[in-house]
Design a protein around this ligand. Structure first.
Ligand SMILES: [Zn+2]
Ligand SMILES: [Zn+2]
Length: 375
């Protein structure tokens, strides 16, 4: 079994249950097998060893690390003009505005129509953009933890505000050109809508079903099973990062609150601080894994807003990076699109790789880019 990867220690539940499964798992792990994702009630095919096959596919060129701190052509930099003609303020830390090309808009008709198999319904909402930093060449991974804490605060206040008007609030970030990020300026998005989207509806149903059956929260039970186990990447008193047993993407991780929490605004100061700290450590491990500014999509799953009980829901974030190896991306094509998700390295191997990657940037490059936006 692995050594304890957590630096900060903290209270440890007996992490024995995962160990018992893993000790029975040795023969299956080296053969093609399927694993169940209890959050989405889906299966994933694990084909360990397939990464050894000759690779003649596309290699992604690392992004050149030569960006300026301010780009006069960037529509997110302070003081610059946006597509709708408005000027950004000379903001000093974070900045939120309504997306000039929103996918959801307030006041949309909520009409429902159906005719046999054909059904449609209106969907209203709001789309906000959140600049994490005024510095064009910054990333969450390289920001001081105190500045990332400010981002956590904005995620929480924005979610609570949008949740007062909409049922589902999706906080997310697309990082890197190969994830389709339209602009390298460090920013995320917050979309809020009236319906539960596909994955939210599935996770809502699975977590509610688990609570009804067991009286416990699915993801708190999962935390207890994984603590100190072979899929743990990092842990502190409040948070656990694992490559989930059922991970789809090669280096996918799940960031879980170890204490009951349904929404980001539930978190007190101490848990927001410990969140910012473990977030920076995780994203830095990603950067160091292949020695490049790591691309990913990440997002928070909070309980649906607006009245209904949230007792079944446990706050968590998904990190979904596309890379399989340095400059080699995993494509979800063919079997994945038509049958089910398939992965080429085991979640245990991916977790070991991430644990081996340093959670700190090397001093030279860190001091080069570190920039506190505080007073
Ligand atoms: Zn910029
Ligand atoms: Zn989720």
């Amino acid at each position: 079994m692995t050594s304890n990867p957590g630096r900060n220690g903290g209270s440890r539940a007996a992490g024995g249950r995962a160990s018992r499964l893993d000790s029975r798992f040795d023969s299956l792990r080296s053969e093609p097998h399927r694993r169940h994702n209890p959050l989405l009630d889906e299966w994933v095919l694990v084909s360990a060893g397939r990464t050894k096959r000759p690779w003649q596919g596309r290699r992604e060129a690392p992004a050149a690390d030569t960006m300026p701190a301010y780009d006069p052509k960037c529509y997110l930099c302070p003081g610059n003009v946006r597509a709708n003609g408005e000027f950004n303020p000379e903001y000093a830390s974070t900045y939120v505005f309504t997306n000039d090309f929103s996918a959801l808009r307030p006041g949309t008709s909520m009409e429902r129509i159906s005719d046999g198999l054909l059904r449609a319904e209106g969907e209203e909402g709001e789309c906000h953009v959140l600049c994490f930093s005024p510095r064009h060449n910054q990333t969450l991974a390289r920001m001081p933890v105190t500045d990332v804490r400010r981002v956590v605060d904005v995620w929480a206040t924005e979610s609570q505000d949008l949740g007062s008007r909409h049922r589902w609030v999706q906080v997310f970030e697309n990082r890197g050109q190969i994830m389709g990020a339209s602009n390298p300026h460090p920013h995320g998005q917050i979309w809020a809508g009236s319906a539960l989207p596909r994955d939210a509806a599935k996770e809502d149903a699975t977590q509610a079903g688990y609570l009804a059956e067991s009286g416990r929260r699915l993801l708190l039970d999962y935390v207890a099973q994984e603590l100190d186990g072979p899929r743990v990447v990092d842990q502190n008193d409040d948070w656990l990062v694992v490559v989930p047993f059922w991970a789809s993407w090669p280096y996918e991780t799940l960031l879980l609150s170890r204490h009951p929490a349904t929404h980001l605004h539930d978190l007190d100061d101490a848990r927001r601080d410990s969140l910012a700290a473990i977030l920076v450590r995780l994203l830095t491990r990603y950067d160091n894994l292949f020695g490049l500014s790591f691309p990913y999509s990440m997002g928070w799953h909070q309980a649906p807003f607006g009245g209904a009980s949230s007792d079944h829901w446990q706050l968590h974030a998904h990190f979904l990076p596309p890379l399989l190896r340095a400059n080699v991306r995993k494509f979800m094509v063919g079997y994945e699109l038509l049958a089910e998700t398939q992965r080429d390295l085991t979640p245990e191997a991916a977790a070991a790789d991430l644990r081996a990657a340093s959670p700190a940037h090397d001093v030279a490059s860190a001091s080069d880019l570190a920039f506190s936006t505080g007073p």
